[in-house]
Design a protein around this ligand. Structure first.
Ligand SMILES: C[S@@+](CC[C@H](N)C(=O)[O-])C[C@H]1O[C@@H](n2cnc3c(N)ncnc32)[C@H](O)[C@@H]1O
Ligand code: SF4
Length: 391
């Protein structure tokens, strides 16, 4: 995974907007995202008004920008009406004009009902979808609590490929009882779908989810470390052989098809977080600010209606905090981090002795252009690596 030195990234990572849609049809037992199930469908017009208000508030705060990417994440944004998506995009475009080449992604669940809305999203301005396929095996989908079969999901992928320039899908691996050879075959089938981007996540047992309770009770057994490692290796080998190498820990793309929005996060660019439970990193006259909004959907709408925004935390980051965040994000990428940018953020360079020791231990490696990246040894222990490097 580490033999190829990717092209250096652009000097300015750009500006993006994240929009959170917090509703789902059902809650998947492994998921701890800010997603909620409601018996009565939410009033989308009311939410549109709130999204518009929060966008206008953020525009007041930071002033002009050009938008390079927009990401509708969730929850399940494919439960939004195309008109809702269009109205939010109009508001973003009014606040911060969309660049002609802006990437506009919408996360979609791959059911046939949702695929029926894809053309409407395209007409509203979405040009990329990211589908939560999760598995190409019906028994595994059932165990994950999904509401679609593999066939239905692949049907949605086909509809998406006809409607959008760019399509990605997510799979979850390191599932209970999954063997490397089976995963390799499943992954090859996924690659054969011809998408240019895949997000491949190892199943994580998240505290507070039904999977965590089952796991504690010994009723859900995830692969042991050795098998998990073999599954990871198979993932890297299979995707690389197919021309979709990893460009980030869990993301694989044909060169040039990387997600611009996600790259913006990992390159520590500037982004506004709009909607319930959204996070932002904004550049203000006071410096870089970390924002987050009220998580509860109804509470968020009420707050926006009362005060024009749902922001509940707004903290100016110190230089050291910014430098840490830059490392934590950037070292996920195969292109690594720029030592000079770290020095500008931190107000000091790395400790040469620490860099030398980590190089010696094979945890990081040097790239041309004064860059460093985590190796296959360093990636699994990224938090510790960042703490060591930043000390
Ligand atoms: C915010 S979810 C939204 C996607 C969409 N709602 C769906 O489920 O199809 C984004 C992705 O995170 C991944 N994910 C969520 N929980 C996970 C977990 N516990 N372990 C691994 N991946 C997870 C899934 O692949 C999912 O598609
Ligand atoms: S995985 Fe997707 S559909 Fe399932 S609960 Fe999480 S956000 Fe909702």
């Amino acid at each position: 995974m580490t033999e190829r030195a990717p092209a250096p990234p652009p000097a300015d990572p750009g500006f993006g907007v994240y929009v959170h849609w917090p509703f789902c049809k059902a809650k998947c037992p492994y998921c701890d995202f800010n997603s909620h199930v409601r018996h009565a469908p939410p009033d989308q017009a009311r939410f549109v008004a709130a999204f518009r208000a929060e966008i206008a508030h953020t525009r007041e705060r930071i002033g002009q920008r050009r938008t390079h990417s927009v990401f509708f994440g969730g929850g399940t944004p494919s439960l939004m009406e195309p008109a809702t998506v269009g109205a939010i995009l109009d508001a973003i475009n009014e606040a911060w004009p969309l660049d002609a080449r802006a990437e506009v992604t919408l996360e979609a669940n791959p059911t046939s009902v949702e695929a029926g809305r894809f053309r409407g999203y395209r007409a509203a301005g979405v040009n990329r979808v990211s589908l939560g396929v999760q598995a190409l095996d019906d028994a595994a989908l059932k165990a994950l609590g999904r509401m679609h079969s593999a066939e239905e999901a692949l049907g949605a992928v086909a509809v998406a490929r006809a409607a959008f320039e760019r399509v990605s899908f997510d799979l979850i691996y390191a599932r209970p009882d999954q063997r490397p050879a089976d995963w390799a075959a499943e992954l090859r089938r996924a690659i054969d779908e011809g998408c240019e981007h895949l997000s491949l996540y190892q199943l994580t047992i998240e505290e507070g989810t039904p999977f965590a309770a089952l796991h504690r009770a010994g009723r859900l057994i995830v692969p042991e470390d050795e098998v998990a490692r073999a599954l990871w290796d198979v993932t890297q080998e299979t995707t690389r052989a197919a021309g979709l190498p990893a460009y980030e820990i869990s993301n694989h793309a044909r060169p040039g098809a990387e997600s611009q929005h996600n790259l913006l996060y990992w390159r520590y660019g500037e982004y506004a977080g709009i909607g319930p439970g959204a996070h932002g990193r904004l550049d203000t006259p006071e410096g870089r600010v970390a924002t987050s909004t009220e998580r509860g959907p109804e509470e968020w709408v009420a707050k926006v209606e009362a005060q024009g925004h749902g922001v509940i935390a707004d903290e100016t980051l110190t230089r050291a905090e910014q430098a840490d965040e830059y490392l934590l994000m950037g070292l996920r990428l195969m292109e690594g981090i720029d030592r000079a940018r770290f020095a500008r953020l931190a107000g000091r360079g790395f400790d040469p002795a620490r860099v030398a020791a980590l190089l010696e231990d094979g945890m990081i490696e040097e790239l041309p252009g004064n860059r460093l990246r985590a190796t296959a040894l360093g990636l699994p222990v990224l938090d510790a690596l960042v703490a060591d490097l930043a000390a």
